[in-house]
Design a protein around this ligand. Structure first.
Ligand SMILES: C[S@@+](CC[C@H](N)C(=O)[O-])C[C@H]1O[C@@H](n2cnc3c(N)ncnc32)[C@H](O)[C@@H]1O
Length: 268
């Protein structure tokens, strides 16, 4: 399945900042608690983006680890290089890696392969998961995160209300993560643990909810392209979403959008 998707540094950072500011819980703390990493671990972070998970792993292990981060976006790779250099992170290598192609890595190399909020953009899920499996050492673990079907109910409810139930394009994350991706992992790996992280983002007014919505629906990301008939339509729809969100915020005193994220930990 060809998925038209591109992440930009700006849209990704806006969403990360909103989670940090309005989320009740910290997803990286949850991830580290699940994984209980040991010093000396060799990690590959597939679709590393601007390096969020790389930084968490590295800091949790006081730098006593070897981490390779790979992504297809040059813009995000540059950002990951800047962020890791700023923190003087030695033993981190950032490489170009397209998960739709054979990884430029030999077999049986890593104790952990992580792939956070990205695997559902793969064209051929079994291919990408086989590549991850191939580069893991025997007994090594895969950690992935992605949206569960109940994720962000408020976000979709407000968009539906604002657009008189205009059909929402199928989102690769919620349509694939707990189904095709989970099944493929469970076929190939010896075991898979399914964990769920629920994080309410609480907004006292509509503004940050709208900023989040804009960074999700943004034309640059291409995912929602077919929902709009051009730039003017994008702004018209955003204005309607703004009105619907404000009405709800006034009625309820706040807006609560629950992130419901699956974290699969699979062992080779
Ligand atoms: C939502 S971001 C997540 C980034 C990072 N893991 C995080 O949680 O901040 C999705 C990432 O998938 C990457 N991506 C999309 N298609 C890819 C591909 N074919 N190969 C490698 N990475 C890809 C994007 O460039 C982007 O960095």
């Amino acid at each position: 399945m060809k998925i038209n998707f591109q992440e930009t540094t700006k849209d990704l950072q806006v969403r990360i900042d909103i989670h940090n500011q309005f989320g009740g819980k910290n997803i990286d703390a949850w991830m580290l608690d699940l994984l209980k990493l040991e010093k000396g671990t060799k990690i590959l972070d597939v679709a590393c983006g601007a390096g969020k998970q790389i930084i968490s792993f590295y800091e949790a292990l006081d730098g006593e680890c070897k981490i390779t981060g790979g992504d297809v976006s040059q813009e995000l790779l540059d950002q990951a290089r800047v962020e890791t250099a700023k923190r003087n992170m030695k033993s981190v290598e950032i490489i170009e890696l397209d998960f739709n192609k054979p990884f430029p890595i030999e077999d049986n190399q890593f104790d952990l392969v992580s792939c956070c909020f990205a695997i559902y953009y793969a064209q051929d899920i079994p291919f990408t998961i086989k590549e991850i499996h191939r580069v893991l050492k025997p007994g090594g673990r895969l950690f992935t995160t992605g949206p569960m079907p109940e994720n962000k109910k408020l976000f979709y409810d407000v968009i539906r209300e604002a657009t008189n139930n205009k059909p929402i394009p199928p989102m690769p994350g919620s349509s694939r993560y707990n189904f095709e991706i989970r099944q493929t992992i469970e076929k190939l790996f010896t075991k898979n643990e399914v964990n769920v992280f629920v994080n309410p983002l609480t907004f006292s007014n509509a503004a940050p909810f709208l900023a989040y919505t804009r960074a999700s629906l943004s034309e640059d990301r291409k995912l929602w392209k077919e929902f709009f008939s051009g730039e003017d339509d994008f702004e018209t729809v955003m204005a309607k979403i703004g009105k619907a969100a404000e009405k709800r915020a006034q009625q309820d005193g706040q807006l609560v959008m629950e992130k419901v994220v699956g974290g699969f930990v699979a062992t080779k």
